[in-house]
Design a protein around this ligand. Structure first.
Ligand SMILES: [Zn+2]
Length: 326
């Protein structure tokens, strides 16, 4: 075991203890047992909350990052619209946590993409809750394919007899609700998967970008579920150009909200990363050589970009770009 791994294991325990307010509970290699107490609600607007936590906590560059995706809760006159539902087992804790905020029921779930740390809680909601996702994501959720360079995914929606699967899909754009409660969904092309939805709350000048903008690091490329490294920077550029009048960006995993300027920087980081991989391939180098030699450019280190190598090796992402490069 390398020193890095030992350190990683220690900080996972520390982060868990801090979150739980007690010693590490539940064991299981740093898995948090599902409970409302393990979810932190951050008020972004009077009617928009971010629910963090749920699942393993890891440390990247000295900050705690929950393995589970960030959930957003938009409270409308008639009910709560959720964006993403964390890992399997976390739907009920999300419902319990919402009781501290509102007595309105969840009426709609929007899923940003097909990963189990974003759709896992879907199955815990009543069948009357409308689930909305990109058409490609709806298809992928029926299969729950393994993640490239990551884990196998439980076939959640087979086990639920289809409960929690999207009943409403879109391909380019979809608007739900109206007036100050309008939500605009966009698809700008392949990025983290082949069905990444961008969810905009125009009246609140807020965006949930899902894992198309996971945080400040190398973006995980799930080619098995349609990701493209080569197309990724263009997808981000399209989002930056199209999504104006936004002050607050909710990301898939970062520990705070960010801004559109941060999204632009992430697009530049991703473009430079893809170009560096492509240059290495065209220069006749090997994947191993690239992975060993690559360092985060100084300009991005200053922006808080950190190595995710101990969390998720970058090699699978390099391989995806490598295979896409002729
Ligand atoms: Zn993801």
């Amino acid at each position: 075991m390398t020193r890095g791994l030992v350190f990683g294991a220690l900080v996972v325990v520390d982060a868990l203890a801090a979150i739980a307010g007690a010693g590490p509970q539940g064991g299981g290699g740093g898995q948090q047992p599902p409970s409302a107490a393990a979810i932190q609600a951050e008020k972004i607007r009077d009617n928009l909350y971010v629910l963090r936590g749920g699942g393993r906590i890891v440390q990247i560059g000295g900050v705690s990052v929950p393995q589970a995706g960030t959930t957003a809760a938009f409270i409308t006159a008639t009910g709560v619209v959720l964006v993403d539902t964390k890992l399997p087992g976390w739907g009920r804790p999300i419902i319990d946590k919402l009781r501290e905020i509102t007595d309105k029921p969840v009426t709609m779930i929007i899923n940003t993409h097909t990963h189990m740390d974003h759709v896992g809680g879907n199955v815990d909601f009543p069948a009357t809750v409308e689930v909305v996702a990109h058409a490609n994501t709806a298809t992928l959720m029926r299969e729950m394919r393994p993640v490239t360079g990551g884990p196998a995914q439980p076939n959640l929606f087979k086990d639920s007899n289809g409960r929690g699967l999207p009943g409403r899909t879109f391909t380019d754009r979809l608007t739900v609700g109206s007036g100050t409660e309008r939500i605009d969904l966009y698809y700008f092309g392949r990025a983290h998967t082949g069905g990444d939805a961008w969810v905009v709350f125009p009246a609140l000048r807020a965006l949930h970008a899902g894992d198309a903008f996971p945080g400040k690091g190398v973006p995980p490329l799930d080619a098995n579920n349609g990701a493209s490294g080569v197309e990724y920077p263009e997808t981000i550029a399209k989002a930056v150009a199209a999504l104006t009048n936004i002050d607050t960006v909710i990301t898939g995993h970062y520990q705070t909200t960010l801004t559109m300027a941060d999204l632009r920087t992430f697009g530049e980081f991703t473009r430079e990363f893809v170009q560096a991989v492509q240059a290495a391939k065209r220069a006749g180098r090997t994947i191993d050589d690239f992975v060993k030699a690559w360092k985060i450019p100084e300009r991005f280190v200053k922006e808080g970009y950190a190595s995710t190598e101990h969390l998720r090796p970058i090699r699978p992402d390099v391989e995806v770009i490598w295979n896409e490069t002729k």
